[in-house]
Write a protein that binds this ligand. Sequence first.
Ligand code: PRX
Length: 654
Amino acid sequence: MSENNIQSVLHENRLFPPSEEFKATATLSADKLAELYAHADRDHEDFWATQARTEIDWQTPFTTTLDSSNAPFYRWFPDGKLNVSYNCLDRQLEKNADKKAIIFEGDAGDVEEITYRELHSRVCIFANALKAQNISKGDRVIIYMPMIAEAVIAMQACARIGAIHSVVFGGFSASSLKDRIEDTQAKMVITADGGHRGGRIIELKSTTDSALEIGCNSIENVIVFKRTGHDVAMKPDRDVWWHNAILNQSAECEPEWMNATDPLFLLYTSGSTGKPKGIQHSTGGYLLNAITTMRWVFDIQDSDVFWCTADVGWITGHTYVAYGPLATGATIVIFEGVPTYPDAGRFWDMCQRHAVTIFYTAPTAIRALIKQGDEIPNNYDLSKLRLLGTVGEPINPEAWMWYHTVIGKEKCPIVDTWWQTETGAHMLAPVPGVTVTKPGSCTKALPGIDAAIVDQEGNEITTANEGGYLVIRKPWPSMIQTVWGDDNRYKEAYWPYFDGKYYLAGDSARRDEDGLFWIMGRIDDVLNVSGHRLGTMEIESALVSNPLVAEAAIVGKPHDIKGESVFAFVVLKGDRPKGGIDDELTQTLRTWVGNEIGAIAKPDEIRYADNLPKTRSGKIMRRLLRTIAKGEEITSDTSTLENESILPQLQGKV
Ligand code: PRX
């Protein structure tokens, strides 16, 4: 917990209560919400047990709510049995069989609508295909797909038969894919020939082939969905087309009844070491909070058309595309492409055509669209929208106001939702029919979530606007179960302080005079680029694996669209380029990082120096590098620097 100089610079006092119109139809009134909080305060476990009994169809009801005997490995509903796919699909068949489950729109504008009945049968057919390919309960399956309905079908099919999926974002490189396959020891990859994004083809099958060429001995089969139809190589005995794999499979597939604590999926995310962590989520607890947050935060109702723009490669695409909305019988929109293709009106055009009522996206997308001007959204009919949401990074008040006025026409509440891959579902967020919001604040902890801000010793900070560590003091159902294959890392990363009593989120935060939470940033070496988490160590390891590079340090630099951009300081093995700049080499290293990790991790800028700024004990002074990257004057004391003469080089002055 170094660099604990947490200061707040933001003051925002505009208040936005929900409109009477929104309140009139909202499911959760102030009174009902107060009852939920009171119940949770009175008896935390009974509160969650009641929710779990109400919201989930159990095959075997649980008798124990929470097993804390092996803390911090908390286990919720340990003797209950259920199936997530059953809860998402089968139970909709009675009332919602002909309701649209998915409205899929491809990059080129092709639209496919899938009812709950069809989705149920397509999931069952594919689940049977997986079984025929020798996949069974507990096996790991990698999903490396474009953002198409089949990605959700693949996830649901795994859940149906108890296979543990690990979705790898389609923008990750062969090398990242290989690391994840090897860490999970997966038996299968489900992929596609490619996907469409912004009029171009994203290669997926050939990238999978490259990953499998450099390792991944655990893989027995690859299922390939034909999406683009461009030529790809198929390896006999290993690769099978999706359309062939499902031939003659039955549309009935009895769900595998899972223990609530069995892993539903693994999802890799960055931390403060070079190796991403496989976050393991449970079946019962995870599903419960996916459902409760759909109700409390998204106020999901039968008539809603819900569009969360996140890719299934991220946690948001798990909880608010593949699971939460289906478990609440909602109609979702799935979009393959990008917000700026064929033009910057794509999101708004789709909101109009599909009559979207709830729209959930990342601040980075909002900021990028603001730049395109108000005329574009003003050309579309956005009157069906009733609720807006954001996730992934702090939203700056200007972007919030634009979202509120230009998109929401001042009538849609905005839910700014704070949560993490590890928390599984929203933790701090407004309840839209009740909470008075302030632009930039994720407001309050949801019922049953005991969030606090504490100092180094774990004492709660009660002074308004004083920053500290954001912690969760009581276990919650959708919490991370462990880091796959590395229980120690789980303990060390999330429970290192305060006698292991509190979950350490890794964010700093403050509460304002009204008690509202404001997220201030990460306390570890994690960057947030366009709402995506990137470990500085990961990018540094990628750079130093290049034969030309001796040392590298990565810092984040504020960026008006991405939030943060990647800035690299590099020491070469050979001579330093003149003036510390070499465009050609920078391109080479950017491509290198793209191949090692994925395009999102490419440094925007690289500056070359003969050395990095280090203390006499050899520690890189990152704070100094951040100041330099921003181009700001160095005001901090640099006398502890071992090599002060390096500063002009790092500043790009010589
Ligand atoms: O720093 C916080 C930021 O994103 C981190 C979690 O990243 P990830 O696991 O990739 O999940 C992103 C989607 C849930 C957090 O530790 N973050 C997420 N939501 C917000 C946020 N920062 C500020 N405001 C938010 N609403």
